[in-house]
Design a protein around this ligand. Structure first.
Ligand SMILES: Cc1ncc(COP(=O)(O)O)c(C=O)c1O
Length: 362
Protein backbone atom coordinates (compact mmCIF):
# COMPACT_ATOMS: atom_id res chain seq x y z
CA UNK A 1 0.00 0.00 0.00
CA UNK A 2 1.23 3.51 -0.74
CA UNK A 3 2.53 5.27 2.37
CA UNK A 4 0.40 8.31 3.18
CA UNK A 5 2.18 10.04 6.06
CA UNK A 6 2.39 9.99 9.82
CA UNK A 7 -1.24 10.78 10.70
CA UNK A 8 -2.66 7.74 8.95
CA UNK A 9 0.21 5.55 10.13
CA UNK A 10 -0.13 6.43 13.81
CA UNK A 11 -3.72 7.71 14.06
CA UNK A 12 -4.42 5.71 17.24
CA UNK A 13 -1.97 7.95 19.12
CA UNK A 14 -3.20 11.25 17.65
CA UNK A 15 -6.28 13.44 18.17
CA UNK A 16 -7.80 12.78 14.76
CA UNK A 17 -10.98 11.13 13.59
CA UNK A 18 -12.87 10.84 10.32
CA UNK A 19 -13.92 14.50 10.58
CA UNK A 20 -10.27 15.63 10.40
CA UNK A 21 -9.19 16.69 6.91
CA UNK A 22 -5.74 15.18 6.62
CA UNK A 23 -3.23 17.54 5.06
CA UNK A 24 -0.19 15.41 4.38
CA UNK A 25 2.75 15.36 2.02
CA UNK A 26 3.86 11.89 3.12
CA UNK A 27 6.07 13.14 5.92
CA UNK A 28 7.86 10.68 8.23
CA UNK A 29 9.33 7.23 7.55
CA UNK A 30 12.81 8.77 7.64
CA UNK A 31 15.87 6.48 7.60
CA UNK A 32 17.72 5.38 10.72
CA UNK A 33 21.26 5.05 9.44
CA UNK A 34 24.06 3.22 11.30
CA UNK A 35 27.04 5.50 12.02
CA UNK A 36 29.93 3.12 12.81
CA UNK A 37 32.66 5.75 12.48
CA UNK A 38 31.00 8.11 14.91
CA UNK A 39 30.48 5.12 17.19
CA UNK A 40 34.22 4.43 17.04
CA UNK A 41 35.04 8.07 17.75
CA UNK A 42 33.13 7.88 21.04
CA UNK A 43 35.64 5.31 22.37
CA UNK A 44 32.77 3.61 24.19
CA UNK A 45 33.08 -0.20 23.95
CA UNK A 46 30.32 -2.05 22.13
CA UNK A 47 28.30 1.10 21.38
CA UNK A 48 25.92 1.25 18.38
CA UNK A 49 25.12 4.70 17.02
CA UNK A 50 22.29 5.46 14.58
CA UNK A 51 21.42 8.77 12.97
CA UNK A 52 17.72 9.54 12.49
CA UNK A 53 17.69 11.44 9.20
CA UNK A 54 14.91 13.95 9.80
CA UNK A 55 16.23 16.14 7.01
CA UNK A 56 14.69 13.59 4.64
CA UNK A 57 11.19 14.76 5.48
CA UNK A 58 9.44 16.47 2.53
CA UNK A 59 10.51 20.02 3.41
CA UNK A 60 13.85 18.88 4.80
CA UNK A 61 13.23 18.94 8.56
CA UNK A 62 11.39 17.24 11.41
CA UNK A 63 8.90 20.11 11.51
CA UNK A 64 6.73 18.37 8.92
CA UNK A 65 5.65 15.75 11.49
CA UNK A 66 4.10 18.42 13.67
CA UNK A 67 2.90 20.63 10.85
CA UNK A 68 0.74 17.92 9.23
CA UNK A 69 -1.16 17.76 12.54
CA UNK A 70 -1.24 21.51 13.21
CA UNK A 71 -2.54 22.42 9.75
CA UNK A 72 -5.04 19.53 9.60
CA UNK A 73 -6.47 20.53 13.00
CA UNK A 74 -6.51 24.24 12.06
CA UNK A 75 -8.62 23.42 9.01
CA UNK A 76 -10.88 21.09 11.02
CA UNK A 77 -11.52 24.03 13.35
CA UNK A 78 -12.37 26.30 10.42
CA UNK A 79 -9.22 28.48 10.41
CA UNK A 80 -8.10 30.01 7.14
CA UNK A 81 -4.87 31.71 8.28
CA UNK A 82 -1.82 30.31 10.05
CA UNK A 83 1.19 32.16 11.45
CA UNK A 84 4.53 31.23 12.99
CA UNK A 85 7.77 32.71 14.21
CA UNK A 86 10.71 30.80 12.84
CA UNK A 87 14.45 30.30 12.62
CA UNK A 88 13.61 28.98 9.14
CA UNK A 89 12.47 25.37 9.16
CA UNK A 90 9.08 25.97 10.76
CA UNK A 91 8.34 28.64 8.17
CA UNK A 92 9.28 26.32 5.29
CA UNK A 93 7.08 23.57 6.68
CA UNK A 94 4.09 25.79 7.52
CA UNK A 95 4.25 27.32 4.05
CA UNK A 96 4.33 23.89 2.40
CA UNK A 97 1.33 22.53 4.31
CA UNK A 98 -0.63 25.71 3.62
CA UNK A 99 0.13 25.26 -0.08
CA UNK A 100 -1.02 21.65 0.09
CA UNK A 101 -4.22 22.69 1.86
CA UNK A 102 -4.93 25.26 -0.87
CA UNK A 103 -4.26 22.61 -3.50
CA UNK A 104 -6.91 20.46 -1.79
CA UNK A 105 -9.42 23.30 -2.09
CA UNK A 106 -9.19 24.84 1.38
CA UNK A 107 -8.73 28.54 1.91
CA UNK A 108 -5.45 28.92 3.77
CA UNK A 109 -2.93 31.74 4.05
CA UNK A 110 0.43 31.42 5.76
CA UNK A 111 2.34 34.25 7.47
CA UNK A 112 5.87 33.78 8.79
CA UNK A 113 7.93 36.11 10.96
CA UNK A 114 11.67 35.55 10.92
CA UNK A 115 14.79 37.30 12.28
CA UNK A 116 16.32 39.36 9.44
CA UNK A 117 19.74 38.10 8.38
CA UNK A 118 19.70 34.91 10.46
CA UNK A 119 17.73 32.47 8.34
CA UNK A 120 19.67 30.15 6.01
CA UNK A 121 18.88 30.95 2.39
CA UNK A 122 17.53 27.48 1.59
CA UNK A 123 14.84 27.85 4.25
CA UNK A 124 13.84 31.39 3.32
CA UNK A 125 13.57 30.43 -0.34
CA UNK A 126 11.29 27.51 0.55
CA UNK A 127 8.84 29.69 2.46
CA UNK A 128 8.79 32.10 -0.49
CA UNK A 129 8.22 29.60 -3.27
CA UNK A 130 5.49 27.82 -1.29
CA UNK A 131 3.67 31.15 -1.29
CA UNK A 132 3.90 32.32 2.33
CA UNK A 133 3.92 35.99 3.26
CA UNK A 134 7.37 36.41 4.79
CA UNK A 135 8.03 39.22 7.26
CA UNK A 136 11.62 39.76 8.41
CA UNK A 137 12.06 41.67 11.66
CA UNK A 138 14.98 43.51 13.23
CA UNK A 139 15.01 41.21 16.22
CA UNK A 140 15.67 37.58 17.12
CA UNK A 141 13.43 34.49 17.21
CA UNK A 142 12.25 35.26 20.74
CA UNK A 143 11.03 38.72 19.63
CA UNK A 144 9.27 37.14 16.64
CA UNK A 145 7.55 34.56 18.85
CA UNK A 146 6.31 37.26 21.23
CA UNK A 147 4.75 39.14 18.32
CA UNK A 148 3.12 35.99 16.96
CA UNK A 149 1.72 35.00 20.36
CA UNK A 150 0.21 38.44 20.81
CA UNK A 151 -1.24 38.55 17.26
CA UNK A 152 -2.92 35.18 17.69
CA UNK A 153 -4.54 36.35 20.93
CA UNK A 154 -5.98 39.42 19.21
CA UNK A 155 -6.79 38.21 15.70
CA UNK A 156 -8.38 35.09 14.19
CA UNK A 157 -5.12 33.46 13.09
CA UNK A 158 -3.95 29.99 14.12
CA UNK A 159 -0.52 29.75 15.76
CA UNK A 160 1.54 26.86 14.36
CA UNK A 161 4.66 27.15 16.49
CA UNK A 162 5.37 24.27 18.86
CA UNK A 163 3.24 26.03 21.50
CA UNK A 164 0.43 24.53 19.46
CA UNK A 165 -0.15 21.13 21.16
CA UNK A 166 -0.84 19.41 17.83
CA UNK A 167 2.71 20.21 16.71
CA UNK A 168 4.08 18.29 19.69
CA UNK A 169 1.61 15.45 19.10
CA UNK A 170 2.71 15.04 15.50
CA UNK A 171 6.39 15.16 16.36
CA UNK A 172 5.97 12.19 18.72
CA UNK A 173 5.82 9.96 15.64
CA UNK A 174 9.61 10.08 15.24
CA UNK A 175 9.96 8.26 18.57
CA UNK A 176 7.43 5.63 17.41
CA UNK A 177 9.39 5.07 14.20
CA UNK A 178 12.67 4.61 16.07
CA UNK A 179 11.09 2.01 18.39
CA UNK A 180 9.45 0.23 15.45
CA UNK A 181 12.73 0.02 13.58
CA UNK A 182 14.98 -1.00 16.48
CA UNK A 183 12.17 -3.17 17.87
CA UNK A 184 12.84 -1.51 21.22
CA UNK A 185 13.77 1.97 22.45
CA UNK A 186 17.43 3.04 22.30
CA UNK A 187 19.33 3.53 25.57
CA UNK A 188 20.04 7.20 24.77
CA UNK A 189 18.51 9.74 22.43
CA UNK A 190 20.72 12.74 21.64
CA UNK A 191 18.91 15.77 20.24
CA UNK A 192 19.53 19.48 19.56
CA UNK A 193 17.45 21.83 21.69
CA UNK A 194 16.20 25.23 20.55
CA UNK A 195 12.64 26.15 21.47
CA UNK A 196 12.54 22.70 23.15
CA UNK A 197 9.41 21.41 21.40
CA UNK A 198 11.12 18.41 19.84
CA UNK A 199 12.70 17.01 23.00
CA UNK A 200 9.28 17.42 24.65
CA UNK A 201 7.63 15.53 21.78
CA UNK A 202 10.15 12.66 21.75
CA UNK A 203 9.69 12.10 25.47
CA UNK A 204 5.89 12.07 25.11
CA UNK A 205 6.30 9.63 22.20
CA UNK A 206 8.54 7.25 24.14
CA UNK A 207 6.12 7.35 27.06
CA UNK A 208 3.22 6.42 24.74
CA UNK A 209 5.08 3.61 23.08
CA UNK A 210 7.24 2.04 25.78
CA UNK A 211 5.04 0.97 28.67
CA UNK A 212 7.89 -0.16 30.93
CA UNK A 213 9.50 3.05 32.29
CA UNK A 214 12.88 1.40 32.76
CA UNK A 215 12.98 0.49 29.04
CA UNK A 216 12.68 4.14 27.93
CA UNK A 217 15.75 6.04 26.71
CA UNK A 218 17.64 8.71 28.57
CA UNK A 219 17.12 11.98 26.70
CA UNK A 220 20.33 13.95 26.19
CA UNK A 221 19.49 17.42 24.85
CA UNK A 222 22.12 19.84 23.58
CA UNK A 223 21.93 23.59 23.24
CA UNK A 224 24.53 25.78 21.55
CA UNK A 225 26.89 27.32 24.13
CA UNK A 226 25.97 30.85 22.96
CA UNK A 227 22.25 30.07 23.22
CA UNK A 228 21.97 27.81 26.27
CA UNK A 229 19.27 29.23 28.54
CA UNK A 230 18.25 25.88 30.03
CA UNK A 231 21.87 24.98 30.83
CA UNK A 232 22.57 28.39 32.35
CA UNK A 233 19.20 28.64 34.07
CA UNK A 234 18.50 32.10 32.68
CA UNK A 235 17.06 33.79 29.59
CA UNK A 236 19.79 34.68 27.09
CA UNK A 237 18.97 38.14 25.72
CA UNK A 238 21.31 37.96 22.75
CA UNK A 239 21.72 34.31 21.73
CA UNK A 240 24.45 33.63 19.16
CA UNK A 241 25.51 30.45 17.37
CA UNK A 242 26.46 29.16 13.94
CA UNK A 243 23.54 26.75 14.38
CA UNK A 244 20.96 29.44 13.54
CA UNK A 245 18.09 26.92 13.88
CA UNK A 246 18.72 26.77 17.64
CA UNK A 247 19.58 30.43 18.17
CA UNK A 248 16.91 30.84 20.84
CA UNK A 249 17.28 32.53 24.24
CA UNK A 250 13.93 31.82 25.90
CA UNK A 251 12.51 28.44 24.84
CA UNK A 252 8.72 28.11 24.87
CA UNK A 253 8.87 24.50 26.14
CA UNK A 254 11.60 25.16 28.74
CA UNK A 255 9.74 23.50 31.64
CA UNK A 256 8.66 20.50 29.54
CA UNK A 257 12.27 19.98 28.39
CA UNK A 258 13.45 19.94 32.00
CA UNK A 259 10.70 17.45 32.77
CA UNK A 260 11.81 15.21 29.87
CA UNK A 261 15.39 15.44 31.15
CA UNK A 262 14.45 14.61 34.74
CA UNK A 263 11.90 11.88 34.08
CA UNK A 264 14.26 10.13 31.66
CA UNK A 265 17.27 10.60 33.95
CA UNK A 266 18.95 12.35 31.05
CA UNK A 267 20.70 15.68 30.78
CA UNK A 268 20.65 19.00 28.95
CA UNK A 269 24.12 20.33 28.21
CA UNK A 270 25.70 22.73 25.74
CA UNK A 271 28.21 22.33 22.91
CA UNK A 272 30.40 25.09 21.53
CA UNK A 273 30.17 26.18 17.90
CA UNK A 274 33.60 24.58 17.35
CA UNK A 275 32.33 21.25 18.71
CA UNK A 276 29.18 21.53 16.58
CA UNK A 277 31.18 22.26 13.43
CA UNK A 278 33.62 19.45 14.10
CA UNK A 279 30.70 17.02 14.43
CA UNK A 280 29.16 18.57 11.28
CA UNK A 281 32.33 17.77 9.33
CA UNK A 282 32.49 14.25 10.80
CA UNK A 283 28.88 13.46 9.82
CA UNK A 284 29.67 14.46 6.23
CA UNK A 285 33.21 13.21 5.86
CA UNK A 286 33.21 10.05 8.02
CA UNK A 287 29.67 8.81 7.40
CA UNK A 288 28.78 10.34 4.02
CA UNK A 289 25.63 11.83 5.54
CA UNK A 290 24.20 15.29 5.36
CA UNK A 291 22.67 17.67 7.91
CA UNK A 292 22.52 21.34 8.79
CA UNK A 293 24.88 22.79 11.44
CA UNK A 294 22.37 22.89 14.33
CA UNK A 295 21.56 19.21 13.78
CA UNK A 296 25.18 18.31 14.45
CA UNK A 297 24.71 19.44 18.06
CA UNK A 298 23.30 15.95 18.72
CA UNK A 299 26.50 14.22 17.59
CA UNK A 300 28.74 16.85 19.20
CA UNK A 301 26.82 16.29 22.42
CA UNK A 302 27.18 12.51 22.19
CA UNK A 303 30.96 12.87 21.76
CA UNK A 304 31.13 15.25 24.73
CA UNK A 305 29.00 13.00 26.93
CA UNK A 306 31.01 9.91 25.94
CA UNK A 307 34.26 11.67 26.79
CA UNK A 308 32.87 12.56 30.21
CA UNK A 309 31.99 8.88 30.83
CA UNK A 310 28.24 9.45 30.68
CA UNK A 311 27.48 6.77 28.06
CA UNK A 312 27.47 3.14 29.16
CA UNK A 313 29.32 0.40 27.29
CA UNK A 314 27.28 -1.79 24.91
CA UNK A 315 24.56 0.85 24.61
CA UNK A 316 22.44 1.87 21.62
CA UNK A 317 22.34 5.57 20.86
CA UNK A 318 20.19 7.48 18.38
CA UNK A 319 21.28 10.99 17.40
CA UNK A 320 18.58 13.04 15.70
CA UNK A 321 19.78 14.92 12.62
CA UNK A 322 16.94 17.41 12.56
CA UNK A 323 17.45 19.26 9.26
CA UNK A 324 18.83 18.80 5.75
CA UNK A 325 22.31 20.09 4.95
CA UNK A 326 21.23 21.58 1.63
CA UNK A 327 19.35 24.30 3.50
CA UNK A 328 22.58 25.98 4.53
CA UNK A 329 25.12 25.62 1.72
CA UNK A 330 27.07 28.66 2.95
CA UNK A 331 28.18 26.94 6.16
CA UNK A 332 29.09 23.82 4.16
CA UNK A 333 31.29 25.96 1.88
CA UNK A 334 32.82 27.84 4.82
CA UNK A 335 33.76 24.52 6.42
CA UNK A 336 35.48 23.35 3.23
CA UNK A 337 38.28 24.62 1.02
CA UNK A 338 36.37 27.72 -0.07
CA UNK A 339 39.34 29.29 -1.86
CA UNK A 340 39.90 26.16 -4.01
CA UNK A 341 36.19 25.96 -4.87
CA UNK A 342 36.18 29.58 -6.07
CA UNK A 343 39.12 29.19 -8.46
CA UNK A 344 38.44 28.39 -12.10
CA UNK A 345 40.80 27.01 -14.75
CA UNK A 346 41.11 26.94 -18.52
CA UNK A 347 39.19 24.12 -20.19
CA UNK A 348 42.45 22.36 -20.93
CA UNK A 349 42.78 18.63 -20.37
CA UNK A 350 46.55 18.57 -19.89
CA UNK A 351 46.50 21.39 -17.37
CA UNK A 352 43.71 19.68 -15.41
CA UNK A 353 45.56 16.36 -15.39
CA UNK A 354 48.57 18.22 -13.96
CA UNK A 355 46.49 19.96 -11.28
CA UNK A 356 44.97 16.60 -10.31
CA UNK A 357 48.48 15.13 -10.23
CA UNK A 358 47.41 12.27 -12.53
CA UNK A 359 50.01 9.86 -13.90
CA UNK A 360 49.43 8.54 -17.44
CA UNK A 361 48.47 4.84 -17.86
CA UNK A 362 51.37 2.61 -18.89
C1 LIG B 1 17.24 21.96 12.26
C2 LIG B 1 16.68 22.22 13.61
N1 LIG B 1 17.21 21.55 14.63
C3 LIG B 1 16.76 21.72 15.89
C4 LIG B 1 15.76 22.61 16.16
C5 LIG B 1 15.31 22.78 17.57
O1 LIG B 1 14.06 22.17 17.79
P1 LIG B 1 13.17 22.71 18.97
O2 LIG B 1 12.95 24.17 18.72
O3 LIG B 1 11.94 21.91 18.90
O4 LIG B 1 13.97 22.48 20.22
C6 LIG B 1 15.18 23.35 15.13
C7 LIG B 1 14.13 24.34 15.38
O5 LIG B 1 13.85 25.20 14.58
C8 LIG B 1 15.65 23.14 13.83
O6 LIG B 1 15.14 23.79 12.78
Amino acid sequence: MVYKGTILKYSQFLSVDNQTPIISISEGRTPLVPAPHIAKATNVGGISVYLKMEGMNPTGSFKDRGMTMAVSKAIEKGANKIICASTGNTSASAAAYAARARAMGFEMECYVIIPAGYVALGKLSQAMIYGAKVIQIEGNFDDALNIVKSLTEKYPIELVNSLNPYRIQGQKTAAYEICDELQCAPDYLCIPVGNAGNITAYWAGFKDYVKNPSARPKLFGFQAAGAAPIVEGKIIEKPETVGTAIRIGNPASWKQAEQARDESQGLIDSVTDEEMLEAYRMIHQMEGLHCEPASAASVAGLLKAAKAGKIQHESTVVCVLTGNGLKDPQTAMNQSDLEAAQKSYQANEEEIAEILNLKAKV
